[in-house]
Each structure stands twice: as structure tokens, then as C-alpha cells.
Write a protein that binds this ligand. Sequence first.
Ligand code: SAM
Ligand code: TMP
Ligand code: ZN
Length: 408
Amino acid sequence: MSGLFRCRVCGGGAREFLDLGRQPLSDAFVDPAAPGEEFFFRLAVGACAECSMVQLAEEVPRESMFHEGYPYLSSGSTVMREHFRSLAERLLKTELTGVDPFVVEMGCNDGVMLSTLAAAGVRHLGVEPSGGVAARAESRGVRVRRDFFDEDCAAAIRDAEGPADVVYAANTMCHIPYLDSVFRGVDTLLAPGGILVFEDPYLGDILAKTSFDQIYDEHFYLFSATSVAAAAERFGLELVDVERLPVHGGEVRYTLARAGARRPGPAVGRLLAEERERGLTHPGTLEAFARAVARVREDLVALLRRARRDGQRVMGYGATAKSATLLNHCGIGPDLVPAICDTTPAKQGRLTPGSRIPVVPPTAFGPPYPDLALLLAWNHAGEIAAKEEEFRRAGGRWIHYVPAVRID
Ligand code: SAM
Ligand code: TMP
Ligand code: ZN
């Protein structure tokens, strides 16, 4: 593969290393009563030779992904609710101790993080373009601006509310191709001693676990400490802390301050050195990843065909956005996985994008249970295994495909 394209951050030359083919919008669940034409685009990913940012080759218009009907609810996982509560508590003790501090969150979704700050009486604002989830945040006492965060939005917030001590984003920064506009907005909005904190799936984990399903329309960037440090520098910011997080299959929480305002902690140098030693974005590393992806696809399809031939009952577990990439890249449809259960009301009764597999509520999982369950929400494995102990006791087995295909 030799596709070249221009890096969205620095304008340098980026080279494709994986083409996942024609893909639908990962969260556009299809109404079976009005299936219509789905939107498809070419999902390919490349690395910039100049700044090492890993990014999609094609951009999907933001309004087609984030709108009134955007289905994803952050509060659907107990582990994630606890994760965000504990982050909010930490911010309260460390960054938000001054007089009348102000926090802005991009992509606050249903208020999973800001609801803790709101309950503590902290001045805050969520910026959330998806109306349905924004309304849920508001019903929990969270203030929301229905908007896309970018430089215009940041300037309007600064004018109306003054500077922010913390600008925060979880699983949102990597969704935003116009990172230049976001960084200019942060520059406008941030107080002199303020920080930008964001956490997203980590390229190092994605490569180590062959979790190629982390690549989809909404995940425009796959960040590393190296690429984030370079991007920060371009916009007058500095990477001052990094923290590995176990959630969503392995993430990093990056803390950025104005250049020179804070002394970088030792974890930054350590992670940068580790990435250099691993040759994280060297062509050889990325080619090996592409080969590992092909292997997962072959093994998974072979396993599901065998199960069908043997008359075993299979169900998918968790209609994640990630699963759109897996199912469409592997050509898995209702013939191999007849249904997928999911707790999200807005996904139930619909068909998965592209692969058109019916999404059913968790009550349809059993009893009686299927023989095999394809764990699509693998990033919530611990929580789901605990919830579904009865399935294992009844003889059911999980199909895993991260980091490789196996049954247990
Ligand atoms: N922060 C939550 C979490 O970690 O669970 C939500 C993550 S969700 C995957 C991404 C959210 O970002 C969506 O609710 C989406 O509407 C929102 N979003 C997308 N682009 C945005 C932008 N430019 N500014 C603010 N929010 C945005
Ligand atoms: P995520 O991996 O992007 O967080 O999406 C998880 C999906 O899995 C979401 O659609 C909700 C669903 N889910 C369940 O169906 N059952 C569960 O126990 C959990 C944690 C998630
Ligand atoms: Zn670049």
C-alpha cells in the first residue's frame, strides 16, 4: 500500500499502512422499517513522517456523526462511571481549589464526569453537539452548550464566562480532525496557569493488542506521547504529564500546559523514550500490525464458519462503534452472527451499520443462552464477565479477538 496524503496537523507527508475498506458510519444504526441507503467511506489509516501523528486518510463531515440521534451513552458502564467520578474528585482536590474555578468539558455526553463537579457546586460548561445526550446531561444538573468545540466556540465561551482553569476531554479529542482549531481555541480559553487534560485510546496499546477495531470514522487520530508532544509544541503548549489508563483497552491521559508554565513530570520523558525504543511509528512496526490484522480476520471468519457448520448458536455481545470496523472488514453479517445484544435503548430494534445484524436487548441473551458469544465490547470484559457468570455456568463460551482469536 503506498497511499500518500497530507497530515491534518502539520501539513507533512503521511503514508497509509492499513486499508480497512468501505465502511459505514460506526454509530448510524439502521431502522429496519426504513433501511434506505447508508453512507460509506474508505477507512484507511496512515502515519505522518514529519510529526508521527497517526490519522485517517479520509474525513467524515462532523454533522453526519454527531447530531440529535447520536446513540452512545457514557454512563452505560459501571466501571466508566467510577472512572469519571474519581477523575472529578481528583480535579476538585488538585486543580479546582482556587476562588470560583471554571471547567469546560468537550464532549460531555450524558454528563458522566461533569455531574460530580456540578453536585460540588463548581462552575462548569459541557460543550456537546449531540442534542439527545446533551439533554440527558442537563437533566442531571449539568450546564451544556450545544456546539462543536473549536476556536469560534472557545472565543464565545471566553467572552461570556471568562478563562477556564481546566479544559477536559475524554474520548473526544481523537474524534476531532480540526485539531488546529481546537488548540487555538484552548489557547484563547485557558487561564495562564490552566491545563488541557484529555484521554484517548493509545496507539501503543492498539498496536500491541492488534485492536484495529479502535479505528473507525469517529476515531480520526490514534495518539501517542510523541505525536501529542509535537502537536502541543506547534500551538504554544507543552506536554507536562502522561498517565496510562486501563479503560477502553488502554488509553493515555495527556496533560498540557502553556509552554514553560509547568515543569514536565518524569512520566513524559519515560513514555517518549519507550515509544522511541519500540519504533512505534516505524514502517516495519506498522506493517507488522497490518499483517496481524489480516490474521485476526482470517481466524475469526474461520471460527464463525465452523460454528455455523456445527450448528452452534452464536450471539454478539455489545453493539459497539468499534464493532462496525470488525464486522464490515471481516464481512460478518447475520448469517454468521444472527443478533447482537446491547443495553443502549437507541440501538435496540435497529440493525448494525453496514453489516445489518439486528440489535436486541440484553434480556434476549438468555436464558436460554447461546453456545458462543462474540465479545464485541471487549474493553468492558471484566464488567461483562461478572454480569454474565450464569452464561459460563450454563456452558456458554466467549469468543475473543483481541489480541488474537481464542475461545474460553
Ligand atoms: N466523554 C464521554 C466519554 O468519554 O464517555 C463521551 C465520549 S463520546 C465517544 C464522544 C463525544 O464527543 C460525543 O458525545 C460527541 O457528540 C462529542 N463531540 C464530537 N465532536 C465534538 C466537538 N468538536 N466538540 C465537543 N464535543 C464533540
Ligand atoms: P464502548 O466500547 O464504546 O464503550 O461501547 C460499549 C457498548 O456496549 C455500548 O453500546 C453499550 C454496550 N454494553 C452492553 O451492552 N453491556 C454492558 O454491560 C456494557 C458495559 C456495555
Ligand atoms: Zn504531521
